[in-house]
Write a protein that binds this ligand. Structure first.
Ligand code: GLY
Length: 366
């Protein structure tokens, strides 16, 4: 009798491209077809996605759709005022305005939807879902995206929390000593201390691998039937130039799903992911037979190659920023990788959610 373990070994060695649904595309190396009922549902997400993967798996196990599962999962983080990387409470741009980006893809229907520079809506992923379901377009931006969101019943709200506004005020004050904004020290500490003052220190201005705070959530899932979906959502780079769009809402960069192969998404420096078509590259590498973790590492090597700017390299010539990929294939194999060691990702499988260490290219401190 073939156990699930044997099956995965066989199919992994033979290449993911052998999965069902290839149509006229020739299976790779004559691998056996995937028996749909043998995939254990798996969800993977960025490290801040433990609740998201748990929710996504619950929705799918209850018979829900894979895309509804991952969107419901990331909505928890988008609505969380204490997560400063996404949605409500996300860190704002240069002008103190929160601008959100999100994209999603539904494997079985090959659907995609995205929004960029969206202001005032707590759950940009749900607007991206409406773009996919209710329009002929894939990507809406700025005011048009907001008008569309309102037409679909989304509420426009102030997305700055007291905490994120304070962090922006602090950043603005420390930007230059040649303007009229004062830091608490410059004002002779006349400013009442912030409740969680230690959180706002200069470290926060320089806390993300030597660059400004930058967070995102990506969540991908494969169901028992081998169907895949993924979503990425973010408030993007803190203090960005208004109008800046990162990788998260760009299909092929911050997210890609091919129901024949797998799903992948990214977090980290979006500019580097866009230049290398990151998530699409991971999918193509998996289609060629690579395991998810190896495909993620190979795509990260391309990021390293594309990092030619001296300002973005450390003294050893390595990127001075991080990029993370999270991927799952149609067989239920999954992996996460980052440029730098120390990253973790969330995974839920067999009803158990946990963090796992990401593979990496470079050891911190080396
Ligand atoms: N990866 C998120 C961003 O660059 O906006």
């Amino acid at each position: 009798m073939t156990t699930r373990r044997d099956f995965l070994k066989t199919s992994a060695g033979a290449g993911v491209g052998a999965a069902v649904g290839l149509g006229s595309v020739k299976p790779l190396r004559g691998a056996p077809a995937v028996h749909r009922s043998m995939v254990t549902p798996v969800a993977v997400a960025s490290g801040n996605g433990l609740e998201a993967v748990t929710t996504a798996i619950r929705v799918v196990n209850e018979g829900g759709d894979t895309l509804d599962g991952v969107v419901e999962g990331v909505n928890i983080v988008e609505r969380d005022p204490n997560d400063s990387s996404v949605g409500f409470g996300g860190l704002p741009n240069l002008d103190g305005v929160v601008q959100l980006d999100s994209s999603l893809m539904h494997g079985p229907s090959r659907g995609a939807g995205a929004v960029a520079c969206l202001e005032g809506i707590k759950t940009p992923s749900r607007v991206a879902l409406d773009v996919m379901r209710y329009t002929d377009h894939v990507l809406l931006v700025g005011k048009g995206a907001q008008r569309f969101a309102v037409s679909m019943g989304h509420q426009v709200e102030d997305l700055l929390t007291e905490r994120s506004r304070r962090r922006w005020i602090e950043w603005r004050a420390r930007m230059s000593d040649r303007d009229d904004y004062l830091t608490p020290e410059e004002s002779g500490n006349r400013v009442p201390p912030f409740e969680d003052a230690e959180d706002y220190g200069t470290s926060l201005l320089d806390s993300h691998d030597g660059v400004r705070p930058l967070g995102t959530i990506n969540c991908n899932i494969v169901s028992r039937d081998g169907d895949l979906s993924g979503v990425t959502t973010t408030s993007g780079l803190a203090w960005k130039i208004p109008g800046r769009v990162g990788d998260s809402p760009i299909v092929g960069a911050g997210l890609y799903v091919d129901n024949d192969v797998g799903a992948c998404g990214s977090t980290g420096r979006g500019e580097a992911v866009i230049k290398t078509c990151g998530s699409h590259s991971v999918i193509e590498l998996m289609r060629a037979g690579m395991a998810p973790v190896d495909a993620c590492l190979e795509a990260l090597r391309r990021v390293v190659t594309f990092t030619t700017e001296a300002r973005l390299r450390d003294p050893e010539g390595r990127p001075n920023f991080n990029v993370n990929y999270y991927a799952v294939n149609k067989n239920g194999e999954y992996g996460g990788a980052a440029i730098w060691s120390g990253a973790r990702f969330a995974v839920c499988m067999d009803g158990e959610a946990r963090h796992e260490d990401s593979a990496y290219l470079f050891e911190r401190g080396s």
